[in-house]
Each structure stands twice: as C-alpha cells, then as structure tokens.
Design a protein around this ligand. Structure first.
Ligand SMILES: [Zn+2]
Length: 610
C-alpha cells in the first residue's frame, strides 16, 4: 500500500526550486503529480517453483525451525534472566573472546533477532501458515519479557540492534497481527533511548562522542544511527505513535549525508557501503511521510552515485567501502580483495531503494538494476546453514571463488530471509489504472481491477530462456493497461504477442510497454526478450577491462582462462544448448563462461582484459 497521498505530493511538489527542476530528466518529474506505482500486499503474489521460490522456502523453513530459547538467549543473559537453550555462537552470542577487530566472536549479541521475526512475519503474510504466525507471536512475547535498559549497558551497537528490533516488531504487528508488538516497541524504545546519540553520527563523530562510555571498544564507532529513520517512520505510519516520527526526523543524517547528496555532491567515497545505501531508504521515507523533496533528491542522487561505481553484476562497495570515482580504486579492488560485495545485505538494501524509486518515479531502469543484482549476486548465494554458517561476500576479483563467512549468524543471515520474503512484492506493482510486471519469474499475482477479480500467471525459465508467457484469468471482461518492463539492454528482436498475434507497436528498451485493452479470461501474452551479448567496461578509466553480459546475466570465465581475449572472441561466445553455460573461443582453446547462479566450486573471473 502506498504511504503517501496525491494531496501530500501536490502540496510539496511546489517546493522544488526551478533550478532543481531544470536539471532533472523528464521521467523523474512524474513524482510531482502522481504516484506511478504502488506496492502490493505480500499475500497477492505467490512465487511458483523456481530459484526464487527455493530461496524463500529454504529461509522460511530454517528460521521457523530455530529454537526459541536459543534466539532469546542473548537478551535473557544480558538482562540477568534465566537463559536456557544453546548458544547460537558467531556474532549472535555474548562471548569473552570478542576483541574487535581481531576477533569478532560475540560482536553484537541478539542483533539479528528483529530481522528473523520480521522475515517470519512477512512469510506468514505470504503463506498464511499458522505455525509461522504462532512463532512470531511467541517470539514477540518472549522478547517483551526481557525488555530492560540493562541490555544496552556496555553494548557496542545499540542503534544497529534497535533498528532491527523496530523492524521485527512493526512487521509482527502489521503482517502477523501480533497484539502486543506495538506496546513492546514503545517499551523497547524507552529502554534504548538513554543509549542513543542526540543525532545521527558519522564514525568520526562516534569516536569523539562515545570513547568515554563504560566498556568502550573500537566497535562502538561502527554503530549505524543514520539508518534508523526508515523503520521509525514506518512505525509511525503503522500506528505506533507520533514520537516515532519525531525520532525518525532526529536521526536523518542531513549535514554529513543527505544535504550534500541532494545538492549533487558525491559524499559516498570512504563510507561504509551497505549502511549508506540502506540510509537512502530512510531518505525515501522522509519524502513519503514528511513530503521532503530534499530527501527524495538525496536518495535519487545517492543511488545514481552508487550505480556509477557498481560492478557489471550490480554489486558495489569492495571491502564494504565506497570508492573514489575516476580513480583506479575499483580496478585495484579486482586484485586486492575477495570481499567485493556484501551480498545478502547489499541486495536487500538495493531491492528496497529500487522499489522505493520505482514507486515514486516509475523509472523502469530501477527494475533493470534490481534484476541485475538478483541474477548476478543474491540468487547465486549459497543457502544459510542450520548452524548459522552464512554467505556474506560475493567475489568479483580476478581469481575468485564462492566462500562462506567465518562467523556464524552475521548481518547477512538477517537480511537474506527478509529479502527472499520481499521477492514477491518486487515482481509486480499496481499502477494508477492497472498492473506493472517488473520481474520475470515463475509466479502468480491476484488483484481486484474495478469489479473484476483478476490473476496473472507467469511461466518462464528467464533469463535462461528469452520467452516469458503470461496467462490471464478474470471473472469478467475488464479493460486495463498491463505494463511490461522492457530492459534498457533489450535487443531489436524483442517482441510481444497477444494470443499469438504480434502487437503493432514495438516495445522500446528502457521503458514500460503498456498493453491497454479489454482482457478476457484465457488471454495469453508472450514476451520475447532479445538478449544480445554485450561488453560492459569496469569504468570509464578502464574501457578495455570488460565483463561479458547476456541480457541481465554477467558471464564469468571459468579458470584457468587466458589473460586476454579479443572483444570479438567474447562477443562471439555461443550458448551451450539447454545449459546455463556459454563457450568462448580463445587462442588457448574453448573457455567456459557461467552465470553466477551456475558457479559452484569453480574458480572464476568477471572482468576480462581485451
Ligand atoms: Zn551483511
């Protein structure tokens, strides 16, 4: 459901200065007059069997099966309550071994609890599974019984953990109808307030402010006060009370971050990557709730700066840090780190900001960006193991492999199940008069179109095939525009047919293709997305260092492979029939190239020198 009204937008639409309007692309001005897209409810979209559904089911089952006492243990231990159950270990359980940054065991006890509750609440909204709802209610009431300021005494990252607690409780309220979640949220907020800074702080400011705190260590500087507003605004709009809006405004990091971003100044270099992309979603909530155009500008410009330093996979932030543009920094990262992209967290943040931007601007290329991250990062992540061993970094370096993180239950074990629960609501959006299809994946969406009950079922193996079929069912004939996202990379053979008849107009890459007609039950839409091979340079400084890309898929050469290819060799790669694998002819014989999802234990390379 959209959180802003047409009236709010019109009121604030006049606030933008003429100079701001003058330098913005036309498509972006849509936000001044109307809400192009609206998010659907979780229950409206069902993923059908396929890789996205598999990841959702895995995470749902894993967190449903986790022991309640083990999940609650850090909260009970730190507040002096009896604490039965096993230690989950890794970042999750308090440990005397913690010695940042040398030993991260026991880093942030209980940090992901709120995210696990959130993902289960969303899973209940999707599936209607009663044991999932019961578990959410039980976890909320067990957590509520531990709430005390004692938890945050000597705790290194109070904002970080509280932000996730807020998310878990408001999702338990909104999506799993927990009757006590908002009351627990108010008490949890009272408990943490003495430990929150007065305003959002940078790491440098943190050090200056917190170094006299009892138990201070290096990790205190890593807290993320600037990510708080998103969930605080959501708490306010979901009925937790006006103080959450005031708190949200208090933690908007305007001086160091949003104000310069809104003015077009790139302040990202050197900053922690995921949390600063995550903070862009706080700016979007400031726009949606308070109507602040400055924060919309900040989010759009910030996302643009992120895209400028992204790998061809859509990932960003080697060593979790944004790089200085127009330098060799990104190229150096290929040889100096295997920590190229913090994948579950980064993809979660990327999906959130692209969903917000899709909703507000309607710009279909935000959907292109979302699917790039989907197919080249998170969908190729190894699943979380029942003991908390987790996938964390994607490696896009010159000699890369897939690995698991050394600590159990890290941040990425919290965002992964939240993201997979959000897959469905990322696939389709309501438009003012109809429906938009954003992601092409086996799924079914149901909605009310006027008086008609309509559903649309997608069958496809895209992006391993170029064919997408959409079957429409409706209980009465109904006219509405059905919008299909045509990726900017789509080739000239892209076409759409309705009931076997090609449309008169040709779809334009980088836009929505609208089919506005009276629909009948049984109508069938076929989209063929032409996916020509292309070469994507690392950046403007390295035009000869390229990734081979097919449609949304980056293709990774399997090592050993020659140091160099010609551009012609790369662009002549052929697809192995029936397989998600390509063959590149080289001076040293044929080389295999795989999409990220098809890589298992092989060594691989994203960028080829040409
Ligand atoms: Zn993470």
């Amino acid at each position: 459901m959209s959180l802003f009204t047409r009236r709010q937008l019109l009121q604030h639409g006049t606030a933008a200065s003429l100079s701001t309007l003058a330098r913005k692309p036309l498509a972006m001005l849509a936000a001044d007059t109307t809400a192009p897209l609206t998010q659907l409810d979780y229950a409206q979209v069902h993923l059908l069997p396929g890789p996205m559904r598999e990841q959702f089911d895995h995470n749902h089952a894993l967190f449903l099966a986790l022991d309640d006492d083990a999940l609650l243990k850090p909260f009970r231990q730190l507040t002096g309550l009896p604490a039965p159950g096993v230690d989950m270990g890794g970042w999750y359980s308090p440990s005397p071994l913690f010695d940042p940054p040398r030993n991260m065991t026991g880093y942030v006890p209980g940090h992901t609890f709120g995210q696990y509750v959130s993902s289960l609440a969303r899973a209940y909204a999707i599936t209607g599974d009663k044991p999932t709802q019961r578990k959410v209610h039980k976890l909320v009431s067990d957590y509520a019984a531990t709430i005390s300021p004692k938890f945050y005494e000597r705790y290194p990252l109070p904002c970080y953990t509280y932000d996730k607690i807020v998310c878990g409780l408001i999702d338990a309220h909104q999506f799993a109808q927990s009757p006590i979640a908002l009351d627990a949220l108010n008490r949890a907020t009272d408990a943490v307030l003495p430990f929150l800074p007065d305003t959002a702080l940078t790491r440098t400011e943190m050090r200056a402010t917190l170094s006299t705190r009892p138990g201070y260590n290096e990790a205190f500087n890593w807290d993320e006060s600037y990510t708080l507003p998103e969930n605080l605004y959501l708490a306010y709009t979901r009925g937790a009370g006006p103080r959450f809006r005031t708190l949200a405004q208090r933690f908007l990091q305007d001086k160091a971050y949003f104000t310069p971003l809104a003015e077009g100044i790139n302040v990202l270099p050197g900053e922690h990557a995921y949390s600063h992309v995550n903070a862009l979603s706080s700016a979007m909530q400031a726009y949606l709730v308070d109507g602040s155009r400055k924060h919309l500008e900040a989010a759009r410009n910030g996302f643009h700066f992120v895209q400028q330093q992204s790998y061809a996979t859509g990932g960003w932030g080697p060593n979790e840090t944004f790089q200085k543009p127009a330098t060799s920094a990104l190229a150096d990262s290929l040889n100096h780190t295997h920590s190229s992209f913090e994948t579950p967290c980064g993809a979660y943040g990327h999906f959130k900001i692209t969903r917000y931007l899709l909703r507000v601007t309607g710009d279909s290329t935000c959907g292109d960006s979302m699917e790039t991250v989907l197919y080249n990062t998170i969908l190729g992540a190894h699943p979380i193991q029942p003991d908390g061993t987790s996938f964390y970094y994607s490696d896009f370096g010159s000699h890369a492999t897939k690995t698991m993180y050394e600590q159990k239950w890290p941040c990425c074990s919290g965002t992964f199940p939240q993201l997979t629960a959000d897959y469905g609501i990322s696939c389709y959006f309501a438009t003012p008069r109809g429906l938009a299809v954003n992601l092409y994946t086996p799924s079914r969406v149901a909605w009310k179109q006027g008086a008609a009950n309509v559903s649309l079922t997608q069958s496809t193996t895209y992006p391993h095939s170029e064919d997408i079929a959409l079957h429409l069912a409706t209980d009465r004939n109904v006219r509405f525009p059905l919008q299909l996202r045509i990726p900017a990379w789509a080739g000239p053979a892209t076409r759409v047919a309705i009931n076997g008849k090609p449309t008169a107009a040709a779809p334009q890459p980088g836009t929505w293709f609208a089919l506005d007609r009276e629909w009948r039950s049984g109508d069938r839409v076929e989209l063929t997305l032409d996916m020509p091979l292309r070469l994507v340079p690392l950046d403007a400084q390295h035009p000869d260092l390229v990734a081979l890309v097919a449609g949304p898929l980056s293709l990774f050469t399997v090592l050993p492979a020659p140091e160099r290819f010609t551009q012609q060799q790369l662009l002549s790669a052929t697809r192995q029939p029936g397989l998600a694998a390509w063959t590149i002819a080289s001076s040293a014989g044929p080389v295999q190239a795989l999409p990220y999802t098809a890589i298992d234990t092989q060594s691989y390379r994203l960028y080829q020198q040409t």
